[in-house]
Every structure is written in C-alpha cells, then in structure tokens.
Ligand binder design. Structure first.
Ligand code: NAD
Length: 361
C-alpha cells in the first residue's frame, strides 16, 4: 500500500530542495503518494493572509507524516513563525537531529555519530516574557520581593522558564523508544540542575524515573557546560543527548558544526501520531531559484522519514547512496567542494540525478 505523505515545498530554496528530494525518494522504489500543501509568505494572499492555511494542517493530521521545506520568517512585522506555529498546533514535542560525519565531508572531526533529542514545548521558549517597565513586570517584581527574593537589578525584563513533569516524561519516553528503535545504546540527560534546582532539577529527576523503567539502555547525565567541552573533546563517547528546549537548540547547532555544517544536517519533529521531517537549515532566500544549494540535508530528512514509515531497507540504501556521493566528491554542490568557487560544483537537481543513477543502477 502507498504511504500518503504531506509535502510542503516551503519558500526560498524550499521548492528546489524538496523537488530534488521527492525524485530521490521515489527512486528508492518505495510507493509514496504526495499530498502537496502550501505554507509561507508566498501563499498568504491566496489564503486570506494566513501563511499556514487550515487545509495544510488538516492534511498533516490526516496523513500523520509530512516532508517540509524551510519557510522564511520575516524579522520585522510580518507573521509569527510558521515553523513555531506548526509545532504548537500539532503538539510536536520532540525534535530529533541526528549528526553523523560522512567520509569526504569538510570538517575538523571524524567518526561523529550523535543524535540530539530536544524538548520543544517548554523552557524559555514558552514565550512567557514581561518587558521591563510593563505593569505585568512591575507586578511580578513586587510579588517576587513580597516572597522574600530580590531581582539583582530593578531595571529587568523577565522571562519565565516552565519545565513540567508531563513534558519531561513524554520526551524521555520518546527518546528511549527512539533509541531502541534506531539501535542506539546510551542516553545522556543534559541539564543545569546544580543551579536551577526546581526546573532543571525536576527535568533530571523525571529523566531518572523514566530511565529506571528502561534498564536495557545505558543512562547518564551531564551538566550542560561540561557537555559543551565534552562534545568537542570526546564526541565519540556520546550517543543520544536529550536536552530541554534552549540547550537543545544550541547543542543541535554545535553538533551540526561538528559534522560539516547545515548542508548535511537533517531533522524531524515528532508528536503523538504525527511527524514532520525537515532540515535544520532555513530558506536561504539569497540562493532561491538558482539551483545551487545543497539538497542533502533535506534528503537525509527524507531518509529519516523512510525509517519512520518502516521502510528501513530503502532508508539504508538511500543513506549509502548519499554517503558514496559525498565520498566521491564529484556530483556535489559548491558548499561541499574544497573551495566555494570550485567550477566543478554541480547544481541541486544534478545531485538528485546522480543519486537516482546510483539507486537505480
Ligand atoms: P539559513 O539556514 O537559511 O541560511 C544561512 C546560510 O547557510 C545561507 O546563506 C547559506 O550560505 C547556508 N545554507 C543554508 N542552507 C543551505 C543549503 N541547503 N546548501 C548550501 N548552503 C546552505 O539561515 P538564515 O539565513 O538565518 O534564515 C533564513 C530564513 O529561514 C529566515 O527567515 C529564518 O527564519 C528561516 N528559517 C526557517 C527554518 C525552517 O523552516 N525550519 C529554520 C531556520 C531558519
């Protein structure tokens, strides 16, 4: 039976990398039926000013799986990030970013094979903030003082960091399941429980409680600052890192840097019964429509999607074809060449053509 998948091309470089990815995924032989849906600035006018039309959300809910290109978030004015809205509307609570070095990638580090699992509903990202001088901030500052604490300085903005047992438990349960499914061996809980006892402390205690119910996998914890140093010095000692929202955001970029940058960093966002696959990188608007950028991060996100659909053999074949392509170093985009102005760099669609040739040989 065909797998029905929502395909959101996105904007900027999104349409060209999702098209290259669609062609490559089809060349694996897996029967995929695409339900193409729109989102982003380019489609706002056609949908009464809404960059995330309800039919796009309904399609993802119905199919349970989506492959997405990046979507631009204008800095000033504009609309709220479609990406954040998608996460909220679909309650996508676990972001997974595997970071693996492929031979031939330009990086200072070899043999990296890490997965970052990031909780994506809470923490400082919850958006509960009070501007300095606002009535809410003054009221909250007064309340804090009335309860025996004191802000270091009165001219402060305030941000609330909620961490709950509910969200922590479900992201660790997800992480243990994911690790088991993907044949990983160890989880490392990242935190700063030594300083933030009631938020990160609760995160750590809840993680330990979930770990006790999952004794088949190794479990340990690291304080976030130590984790930074360890990742640079001994990345091979780590396997699956599980982090709250803010640290997770930083660790996944750090790990993307270890493996050669955004062109090869895939990702996925999971909720209960729903998963959205997309690269770590954004819409790189200055390259839009030039058939220049690297489609590999989107393709590796597609490879993760094949695993999610239970198509493990096809996913492995696709990953092998990508690994071979990178190692050979011929049919790759400018960012994977030794020099960015290398005249032998190929375009986005030529990367897809080369992979299709390998997959169908
Ligand atoms: P970006 O990732 O789009 O681009 C930064 C730079 O990285 C580019 O200029 C380019 O040099 C390089 N790059 C990115 N992707 C590449 C690829 N596939 N191949 C080769 N080089 C690549 O980051 P940005 O410029 O900070 O963001 C642009 C827009 O994307 C913003 O509006 C941002 O909000 C949005 N964004 C969207 C998502 C998403 O849709 N999930 C994620 C991040 C950023």
């Amino acid at each position: 039976m065909a797998h029905r998948v929502t395909l959101i091309p996105g904007d900027g470089i999104g349409p060209e990398i999702t098209e290259a990815t669609r062609r490559v995924l089809e060349a694996t032989g897996v029967d995929l039926e695409w339900d193409v849906q729109q989102a982003g600035a380019d489609v706002m006018d056609a949908h009464g000013g809404d960059p995330l039309p309800p039919e796009t959300l309904e399609s993802i809910r119905r199919n349970g799986v989506a492959l997405k290109g990046p979507i631009t978030t204008p800095v000033a004015g504009g609309f709220r990030s479609v990406n954040v809205r998608l996460r909220n509307e679909l309650d996508l609570y676990a972001q997974v970013r595997p970071c693996k070095t492929y031979e031939g990638v330009r990086t200072r580090f070899d043999h990296i094979d890490l997965v970052i699992v990031r909780e994506t509903t809470e923490d400082n990202y919850a958006g509960i903030e009070y501007a300095y001088g606002s009535p809410e901030e003054s009221e909250l500052a007064a309340w804090i003082e009335a309860h025996g604490d004191r802000l270091p300085n009165p001219d402060s903005g305030l941000s609330i960091k909620p961490i709950s047992i509910t969200a922590t438990r479900r992201v660790f349960e997800f992480a243990f399941d994911y690790a088991r499914r993907m044949d990983r061996r160890k989880l490392t809980c990242v935190h700063k429980a030594n300083i933030m006892k009631f938020t990160d402390g609760l995160w750590l205690n809840t993680a330990r409680e979930v770990a006790e119910r999952n004794p088949d996998l190794e479990f340990e914890d690291r304080i976030a600052d130590n984790m930074c140093m360890q990742l640079v010095q001994w990345p091979e000692d780590y396997d699956v890192l599980v982090a709250p929202n803010l640290y997770g955001d930083m660790f996944s970029d750090l790990a993307a840097g270890l493996i050669g940058g955004l062109g090869v960093a895939p990702g996925a966002n999971y909720g209960d019964g729903v998963a959205v696959f997309e690269p770590t990188h954004g819409s790189a608007p200055k390259y839009a429509g030039q058939n220049r950028v690297n489609p590999i991060a989107e393709m590796l996100s597609g490879m993760m999607m094949l695993h999610h659909l239970g198509e493990h053999e096809a996913a492995d074949r696709l990953e092998q074809a990508i690994a071979d392509l990178i190692r050979e170093g011929k049919d790759v985009t400018y960012d994977m060449k030794p020099r960015r102005d290398d005249p032998t760099a190929v375009g986005t669609s030529a990367v897809a053509d080369a992979l299709i040739a390998k997959l169908t040989a």
